[in-house]
Structures are given as C-alpha cells and as structure tokens.
Write a protein of this length. Structure first.
Length: 172
C-alpha cells in the first residue's frame, strides 16, 4: 500500500514538473534573414513593417547600433524582461564587441512590453528612459489601438537618445 501511494505521489510531482517546464516560452531559432521587425503575432501590416524595417536598417548601417522590435503572442508565464534579454542573447542583437543592441519585446496577448539594452548603451538608454518610453510613448498609443504609431515613435525616440552623448540625455 505504501509503495502504491509513493508511486501516485511521484507521478503527480512528475506531472506538475512537466506542466511547469512545458509552459515556459522557448526562444525560436534566429531567422536566416533577420529584419529589425519580427512580428510573429501579426500586429502590424506589411507596409508598417517595411517602413519600420527601412528606418531601423538605415540607422544600423549609419551607426552599427541594432534595434530589434520583436512582437510575439505571449511569453507563456515567463518574465517578459527575461525573455527580451534571451532574445537579444540568442539572436545576437548588437555586437558583442560594442554592446550596442536594443530589444523592444511586445507580448500582444499578455499586454506586456519590455525594452532591454546592451551594456554599451546603458549610459544613454538608461532604465529610467526605457520605462519612460514604455509608459509615456508606447502605452498611450497602444490604448488607442495605434500600434504602429506607438512603435514608430518609440523607435524614433530610441534612435534620438542613443545618438546623443550621455551627458545630453540628463532629462530623458
């Protein structure tokens, strides 16, 4: 009887562990051709993606700073900041030498966003500025279902901030 109870308990623990592990978000493999805008959730129209891609590619070519806008359906219970960081690391956003990558992750169905920067950009794109972009630029537009406008203005703001010398960004 004791052995049977132990088997049931072990099976229950194994089932719980499997449910926990399988619910975690898995970063997909980096696409063979990675454009700055990766919209798995189809939040943006093709024209909107092309417009953002054009702006972000031009900026990267002139500065080497890579800004990725990644839109997914859900982080499946994971911390969105962790998932954004994992995207940056797995997809190698920015260069390791200069630490010059930015990831804007949007989880559409979770209604969550994260803005993560590489270490080389932290003097310009501080945590406070990142929060300002999320709260005061993107969120108001998203509340009005103006997703493209929110992302477009946010990326323009990021470009402006990272293009300045750190001391010029004192007031966000």
């Amino acid at each position: 009887m004791r052995l049977r109870s132990l088997k049931i308990l072990f099976s229950f623990v194994l089932l719980c562990f499997y449910s926990f592990v399988s619910a975690q978000y898995t970063i997909p493999e980096k696409p063979a051709i990675l454009y700055p805008v990766y919209d798995e959730a189809n939040l943006l129209s093709q024209q909107e993606k092309e417009s953002l891609n054009s702006k972000l590619i031009e900026f990267e070519q002139s500065t080497s700073i890579e800004i990725a806008v990644i839109i997914i359906s859900s982080v499946q219970g994971e911390d969105i900041n962790f998932v954004a960081t994992m995207f940056g690391e797995k997809w190698k956003i920015g260069t390791k030498e200069f630490g010059n990558g930015v990831v804007l992750l949007i989880a559409k169905n979770d209604r969550e966003m994260s803005l993560q920067q590489s270490i080389g950009l932290e003097k310009n794109l501080t945590t406070t500025i990142c929060q300002h972009i999320l709260d005061n630029i993107i969120t108001p537009h998203f509340k009005e279902n103006q997703f493209y406008s929110g992302i477009d203005l946010a990326t323009s703001y990021i470009i402006n901030v990272v293009s300045k010398k750190p001391e010029e960004n004192n007031n966000g």
